[in-house]
Design a protein around this ligand. Structure first.
Ligand code: LER
Ligand code: MN
Length: 285
């Protein structure tokens, strides 16, 4: 079943970032529940900050699940990346994500590797950076598999990474890992910049993975954002063919609003859930 989620950011450095709710996790969960979301996705400073939230109770009281934990704060606050020229920094980056995997395990959830992937540079050329990334993903994917956690690798647009910017390129690599714990995150905002056809790119990623890893689905999470990174319906993306593609793929994950709180957080969340109901209607039982 396709489920709805909304983002909560607890990282002051990302106060202007594309997250619906900022700062108060309890208030955000209450609003998310009131509007009818199935889950929340949390962007926290680190694993310790997630542990300090009393999240089991917060989610339980509001009938919410944890869709995923973002890890980009390791990059934003501590400049960690999995492709740093420094072996020490790369190891710290792996440990940072690993600690998030341990917390995600308590919720049967997932972690996202987005900004933590870094980029290739003159110092760390493309193939070396890609091999650092692959090595790290193997370590993290192995740890995650034993804990029944998913790791979502997120291709980003060209202004945020130069490693993998399209779903197809990422599927070529991730699809060759014999680790179904690693899946792809399709962020519709990044895809609007990089893909020729978003719906076709989604279906194509699944067919690449189908050939390479024998039927394990590869798209595990979707960031549900419009062309301008506002809530779905506030930009010019045509969501009908995208929703049809997700249904055709038997997509079985979250569509999670990683969008700007425009015109304000509650209105962005309300617009998201309205768009979700239009594009992913549930049979009336
Ligand atoms: C960053 O642009 C983004 O989309 C995040 O989900 C990456 O962690
Ligand atoms: Mn994203």
């Amino acid at each position: 079943m396709i489920r709805s989620a909304v983002t909560i950011c607890l990282v002051p450095e990302a106060a202007a970032g594309p997250f619906v709710f900022h700062g108060d996790c309890a208030a955000a969960c209450a609003t998310a529940a009131r509007l009818g979301f199935d889950a929340v996705e949390i962007f926290a400073p680190d694993a310790a900050a997630v542990k300090a939230l009393n999240l089991k109770k917060l989610l339980g009281d509001n009938g919410l699940s944890l869709a995923a934990l973002g890890t980009g704060a390791g990059f934003l606050q501590r400049h960690l990346t999995l492709t740093s020229p420094s072996a020490t920094v790369r190891a710290e980056a792996v440990n940072f994500v690993w600690a998030m995997i341990d917390v995600a395990a308590e919720f049967g959830s997932a972690v996202i590797v987005g900004s933590m992937q870094g980029r290739w540079t003159r110092e760390v050329p493309r193939e070396l950076a890609r091999s650092y990334l692959t090595e790290a993903m193997f370590l993290l994917g192995g740890a995650a598999a034993t804990l029944k956690v998913k790791v979502f690798y997120e291709p980003l647009n060209r202004y945020e990474t130069n490693l993998f910017t399209t779903l197809g390129d990422a599927a070529e690599i991730v699809g060759s890992f014999p680790l179904p714990s690693i899946e792809l995150l399709a962020d519709l905002f990044h895809m609007n910049i990089e893909e020729r056809d978003i719906a076709a790119a989604l279906v194509n990623a699944e067919s690449i993975a189908d050939e390479r890893r024998g039927g394990w689905p590869i798209v595990g999470h979707v960031h549900f954002a419009d062309s301008n990174r506002r809530a779905a319906g506030f930009g010019h993306t045509d969501f009908a063919p995208i929703a049809a593609a997700l249904r055709e793929m038997n997509y079985d994950g979250y569509v999670s609003a990683e969008v700007l709180p425009w015109p304000d957080a509650e209105a962005a969340a309300a617009q998201t859930i309205a768009a979700f109901r239009v594009h992913f209607p549930r049979p009336v039982s």
